[in-house]
Design a protein around this ligand. Structure first.
Ligand SMILES: NC(=O)c1ccc[n+]([C@@H]2O[C@H](COP(=O)([O-])OP(=O)(O)OC[C@H]3O[C@@H](n4cnc5c(N)ncnc54)[C@H](OP(=O)(O)O)[C@@H]3O)[C@@H](O)[C@H]2O)c1
Length: 228
């Protein structure tokens, strides 16, 4: 196998699709996981193929243990192992104060951001090369400083994801895999479509006049994976 073997969760669109394309290299394989949007996933796979890698599209809900098992069995079969896992899947957030958030909305964030990462890791770790591999956690700038208000379900789940990343790093030590945390500022994707306009405008101003593009975040992931 001459190229990098990659699996990106939630790679049908947004940051995940851009990351799948950025990590694609000639001779490699990129598993593009998504949940529902077949057309978007086909477009994401086309970007991977254009970069010279083999694209393997796998529709699987990463909050479901059985579907995660099937996803990683397919990855093992198609790629013969895994070099990079990107834990990226997420669902749009309803910007709301905690008292008005339903238990279902809160749980949904924890399931897709945190529980899914555990489910994927336990299947990915045995597939990494001995002493190697890269596990990339897509966190958020919301966990790098004072968190924003009205995003309690999201922020709490991302902090838990940070905890999982640190637990993995402690467990792996020098034996690998390497653990990377990427904490993007507000990025122009479907994730923020339901955010109040003034919130998006304020973020744009704080970020020097523009939102990040998914490709800019993907470049950061690639940089982390390529770092010696
Ligand atoms: N956008 C931002 O401002 C921002 C900033 C910091 C961090 N992030 C993080 O970046 C990550 C990606 O976000 P994004 O902005 O690119 O969002 P996005 O455009 O909404 O894309 C989310 C992707 O996740 C997939 N997905 C959702 N639930 C899934 C599930 N249960 N199983 C498998 N795939 C699932 C979706 O697939 P389908 O479309 O097929 O359902 C979609 O491809 C998230 O973890 C988010 O928290 C985003």
């Amino acid at each position: 196998m001459s190229g990098r073997r990659v699996l990106v969760t939630g790679a049908g669109r947004g940051i995940g699709a851009a990351t799948a394309a950025a990590l694609a290299e000639p001779g490699g394989t990129v598993v593009v996981n998504y949940r529902s949007d077949d057309d978007a996933a086909a477009a994401a796979c086309a970007r991977v193929s254009a970069a010279g890698a083999r694209a393997v599209s796998v529709k699987a809900d990463v909050t479901d243990p059985g579907q995660v098992d099937a996803l990683f069995e397919r990855a093992a079969r198609e790629a013969g192992g895994l070099d990079v896992l990107v834990l990226n899947a997420g669902v749009p957030y309803r910007y709301e104060r905690l008292a008005r958030l339903s238990p279902e909305e809160f749980e949904a964030q924890w399931r897709v951001l945190t529980f899914s990462a555990f489910l994927c890791l336990r299947r990915a770790l045995p597939l990494f090369p001995k002493g190697g591999g890269d596990a990339v956690f897509v966190l958020s700038a919301a966990v790098t400083g004072d968190p924003p208000g009205f995003m309690g379900g999201y922020v709490s789940a991302k902090y838990a994801l940070l905890g999982l990343a640190r637990a993995l790093a402690a467990e792996s030590g020098a034996k690998g895999p390497r653990v990377h945390c990427i904490s993007p500022q507000m990025t122009d994707t479907a994730f923020i479509k339901g955010f109040p306009r003034p919130i998006v405008d304020a973020a744009r101003e704080t970020q020097g006049g523009s939102l990040l593009s998914p490709d800019e975040v993907a470049a950061e992931v690639l940089g982390a994976v390529k770092a010696p």
